[in-house]
Design a protein around this ligand. Structure first.
Ligand SMILES: [Zn+2]
Length: 352
């Protein structure tokens, strides 16, 4: 289980504000920090069948969504309220979660021919209205869980497709063998989820790398917050600068790497470095970012050769190797990947 989309240091800031106008938000943040997140129940599932004596795994290119409603309790999964092919319910969170899961499924299928989170057509599960004023969204190893937000700082988490796809991205990383959620491998884990988050949004909107905002979580802050999103992949450190929340602490270069024991060793902070490397690749290659840059990152994650404790340098080398395997040693893709990692200080630029 990974921490939610909102990093603990942001909730800490909000929890300790003494601004009387934000009393409800501060109380919500304190509560969000202390509510235990129910873990995935232990269970096994087989979706195998026998065809002419051969064992086959069924895979259909259509999502199987199940949205449940926790009715502002902290119990999972909650009551089932919308399943595949049901009409819209009129509950905004339920319908946004349903649509967001569908858009994320379509992205993974169209871009990488991946059938769902597990790659084997497993159900996409989500619970909305978790807790009271709960200021986060998280992946618990089995399902996406969304709080409603406190209303004064966070407006809810289902309205951002990049948030939904970020959380499902954690499921993809886990299914691919995982990246240990600590230090640099943890920051890579976070970064991959941000990559999938923004790519799913770009895919849904039909945006090229040039047209995209490269923001994660745009639209989840209330109007009063001085900020546009939780993170910026093109300009880490610029997503918000707010009296209550403080300034976006993300570095975009290895020389500014933040050594900290908080936030699992700064996984939501130092992810700015690989985030910017991905942005640089996508920008240089142009077009739809999922087609080349995204494919290189995805194949690197799912090739089976990435160590769960990979650091930035190991991941960078793996992306160069993937680009070479996909497009050739002398390709523009290899040059772009090398230059991007050099640009964020993780590798030396061979061409420089
Ligand atoms: Zn995350």
């Amino acid at each position: 289980m990974t921490p939610g989309i909102v990093p603990p240091f942001l909730l800490d800031r909000l929890a300790s504000t003494d601004d009387p106008r934000l009393a409800r938000a501060a109380a919500a943040a304190r509560k969000t920090l202390t509510v235990p997140r129910p873990a995935r129940p232990v269970r096994t599932r087989l979706r195998l069948s026998v065809d002419a004596g051969a064992l086959v795994a069924e895979a259909a290119a259509a999502p199987d969504r199940v949205i449940s409603d926790a009715a502002n309790t902290e119990r999972l999964p909650g009551r089932r309220v919308r399943t595949e092919d049901d009409a819209a319910t009129g509950d905004r969170s339920v319908d946004e979660a349903y649509d967001g899961l569908g858009a994320t499924f379509d992205f993974f299928w169209d871009a990488f021919a991946r059938d769902g989170i597990d790659g084997a057509g497993g159900s996409l599960l989500a619970t909305v209205h978790f807790g009271e004023d709960y200021d986060n969204a998280f992946w618990n190893g089995e399902r996406m869980v969304f709080g409603d937000g406190d209303g004064d700082v966070f407006t809810g988490f289902t309205r951002s497709l990049s948030v939904i796809a970020h959380e499902l991205g954690h499921g993809v990383t886990e299914a691919a063998g995982g990246l240990e959620y600590q230090g640099q491998s943890g920051a890579l884990n976070e970064s991959l989820s941000d990559v999938f988050g923004v790519l799913a949004e770009q895919h849904a909107l039909g945006q090229t790398a040039d047209q995209a905002t490269w923001l994660v979580g745009a639209g989840i802050f209330a109007d009063a917050v001085q900020g546009t999103a939780l993170r910026s992949m093109s300009a880490p450190g610029t997503a918000y600068d707010d009296d209550v929340l403080g300034k976006d602490p993300q570095p975009g270069h290895l020389r500014d790497y933040v050594e900290t024991s908080d936030d699992n060793g700064g996984v939501h902070i130092n992810s700015g470095i690989p985030n910017r490397a991905f942005f640089l690749v996508a920008k240089r290659l142009g077009g739809f970012a999922w087609e080349h840059a995204g494919l290189i990152w995805y194949r690197t994650l799912t090739s089976g050769s990435l160590s769960p404790t990979a650091d930035f340098a190991a991941f960078a080398a793996a992306t160069v190797a993937t680009a070479a395997a996909e497009y050739g040693e002398k390709s523009e893709e290899v040059d772009a990947v090398r230059a991007a990692w050099a640009g964020v200080g993780v590798a030396e630029d061979a061409g420089a």
